[in-house]
Design a protein around this ligand. Structure first.
Ligand SMILES: Cc1cc2nc3c(=O)[nH]c(=O)nc-3n(C[C@H](O)[C@H](O)[C@H](O)COP(=O)(O)O)c2cc1C
Length: 199
C-alpha cells in the first residue's frame, strides 16, 4: 500500500468483526516491525501484553467504559512501559556494539536519567507512543484497522494484569477488521496554528 494512503486512511475504528482471527504469522510480523520504532538511547521501554483470554477481555472491557473494541478486536495489545528500564543493565541495549561503546552508553544513560523521575516517566510515554503508531500503520499496511485507546481505568488495569510498581500502562492498541468506517475526521487545526517557522 502506498505510504501516503496508509497515513491518510488510518482511522480510529470503534467496531470490529469479533469473528476475524489474525494468524500467528501476521501477529509476529506486526511485532517485528513495531520493535523497530525509535527509543531514546535504544532503551525500548515498551512491554506488550496480548490479551487472548476471553474472560480477561471481558474484565478489561468493564474497566474501559464498555468499549466494544476491547472484546471484538482480533488483537488487543496493552502497551505498558518499564520505568526502570534505564537502570536495568543498560549495556544490553547496545549488545551489538563494541565494549567501549557499551560502556560509554551505560554511563550516558545513567547520567541522563538518574534522579529524574519525571524524565524517566516521560521517556516511557514517548517510547510506547512511538511503538503504538508503528503498530497502527503496519496494521493498516497489512489490511487491518486499529484504535489507540486510553479510555480505561489505569490503576484497575495494573491490578488486573498484576503489573509490578515500575510497570505503567500507556495505552491499548486494538487491531482488527472494521465493521464500520470511522466518523468523518473531526477536523485538523490549520497548519498555521501548529507549525511555527522560526526564521
Ligand atoms: C492516546 C489516545 C487515546 C485514545 N483513546 C481512545 C479510546 O479510548 N476510545 C476510542 O474510541 N478512541 C480513542 N482514541 C482515538 C481518538 O479519538 C482519535 O485518534 C481522534 O479522534 C482522531 O481520529 P482518527 O484517529 O480517526 O484520525 C484515542 C487516541 C489516542 C491518540
Amino acid at each position: 500500500m502506498d505510504f501516503k494512503k496508509i497515513v491518510q486512511e488510518r482511522r480510529s475504528i470503534k467496531y470490529f468483526d469479533a469473528n476475524h482471527k489474525m494468524t500467528k504469522d501476521e501477529i509476529n510480523e506486526l511485532f517485528k516491525m513495531t520493535v523497530l520504532s525509535p527509543t531514546a538511547f535504544n532503551i525500548q521501554h515498551w512491554r506488550f501484553d496480548v490479551i487472548e483470554n476471553k474472560e480477561l477481555r471481558e474484565q478489561i472491557k468493564k474497566i474501559s467504559f464498555n468499549q466494544s473494541q476491547v472484546t471484538d478486536a482480533s488483537l488487543l495489545v496493552v502497551i505498558s512501559g518499564d520505568l526502570d528500564a534505564w537502570k536495568k543493565n543498560p549495556r544490553k541495549y547496545w549488545k551489538n556494539a563494541d565494549e567501549n561503546v557499551q560502556k560509554m552508553m551505560e554511563s550516558m544513560i545513567t547520567n541522563f536519567y538518574i534522579n529524574k523521575k519525571e524524565m524517566q516517566r516521560d521517556e516511557v510515554m514517548r517510547s510506547c507512543s512511538m511503538a503504538a503508531m508503528t503498530m497502527m500503520l503496519c496494521a493498516k499496511n497489512m489490511g487491518y484497522d486499529s484504535c489507540p485507546m486510553d479510555g480505561f481505568d489505569f490503576p484497575e488495569l495494573s491490578k488486573l494484569l498484576n503489573f509490578p510498581k515500575n510497570q505503567i500502562p500507556v495505552m491499548f492498541v486494538a487491531i482488527g477488521k472494521k465493521l464500520q468506517d470511522a466518523w468523518p475526521r473531526g477536523g485538523q487545526l490549520h497548519l498555521n496554528q501548529v507549525v511555527n517557522f522560526r526564521e
